[in-house]
Design a protein around this ligand. Sequence first.
Ligand SMILES: Nc1ncnc2c1ncn2[C@@H]1O[C@H](COP(=O)(O)OP(=O)(O)OP(=O)(O)O)[C@@H](O)[C@H]1O
Ligand SMILES: [Mg+2]
Length: 147
Amino acid sequence: MRVRSGRLGVAAAYFDGTPEQVGRIRTWCAGATGLDEEAAAAVKLVVSELVTNAVRHSASGARCGRVKVTVEVLPGQIVLVSVTDDGPRALRPTTVPTLTTHISDTATCGRGLRLVAALAEKWWWTGFRGGPLTVWALIDPHRDLVA
Ligand SMILES: Nc1ncnc2c1ncn2[C@@H]1O[C@H](COP(=O)(O)OP(=O)(O)OP(=O)(O)O)[C@@H](O)[C@H]1O
Ligand SMILES: [Mg+2]
């Protein structure tokens, strides 16, 4: 059996809110967990969707925008990730993270948080509409994704 060790403790970092940073954040996140590549796969997918959302749907994607990412390996090796954005983008409608419940095959967006909901044990957001928001996800890296 493969040993998937994890690193207990919390890691936090700020990144520029650009699409180019998303890959770097995936790598940073996986490294911060100390998990092997297979076990870190779900963590990487989730953080990728959350950071992409911050960049696309908040001021994090505007000039000088940033995202704050935290990764914590909790006892039992459950991973808690959070992504904090810069709040609403000027001249754009204010939105909050919302799970799309019905989606057609031809819809071009609305799948990111569905993916997060499927991969995470639980996800939620904190903050106030109109201010910076933090989206959280609890991931069990040992859950068999292809049951
Ligand atoms: N950090 C955020 N700040 C504000 N609104 C958000 C944030 N993240 C998500 N949302 C809102 O929740 C909606 C659903 O997000 P979701 O990731 O499921 O779909 P999407 O980003 O629109 O498309 P896709 O992820 O499929 O490319 C978004 O369209 C947006 O309105
Ligand atoms: Mg999305």
